[in-house]
Design a protein around this ligand. Structure first.
Ligand SMILES: [Zn+2]
Length: 134
């Protein structure tokens, strides 16, 4: 396999990911609300991309938005995610992608906590792995 995850073929992604991870990351799927592994998960640590292992979000930016998916006020670093206008399903939304592998993570909405910058990164658990702090 290539070191550049953007060079992986579809068959390689299917081998690397679980079917649910593949559906979310590679087909821009959305897991059902309130079903994801990290929705109500508040341990200290780092959330990494399930596709390529890049650290995407820190637990200190996670909050309970009540929306049914893991919500963060900001990415670990600005450049770890890419944001793209998404007009699917008749809505204008901003899609959030992993900058390294191009995997679909979720969407960002301007209704987050005002004191924390006002953004809500609404991310699928299936797109994430969690590294607990020691
Ligand atoms: Zn990635």
């Amino acid at each position: 396999m290539s070191d550049d995850p953007k060079a992986l073929t579809d068959a390689e992604w299917r081998e690397k990911l679980t079917p649910e991870q593949y559906r979310v990351l590679r087909e821009a799927g959305t897991e059902r609300a309130f079903t994801g592994e990290y929705d109500k998960h508040y341990e200290e640590g780092e959330y990494t991309c399930a596709g390529c292992g890049t650290v995407l979000f820190e637990s200190n930016a996670k909050y309970n938005s009540g929306c049914g998916w893991p919500a963060f006020t900001k990415p670990a670093e600005d450049e770890t995610v890419e944001e793209k206008r998404d007009v699917s399903f008749g809505m204008i939304r901003t899609e959030v992608l992993c900058a390294k592998c191009g995997g679909h993570l979720g969407h960002v909405f301007p209704d987050g906590p005002p004191a924390e910058g006002g953004m809500r990164y609404c991310i699928n658990s299936a797109a994430l792995n969690f590294d607990k702090d020691d």
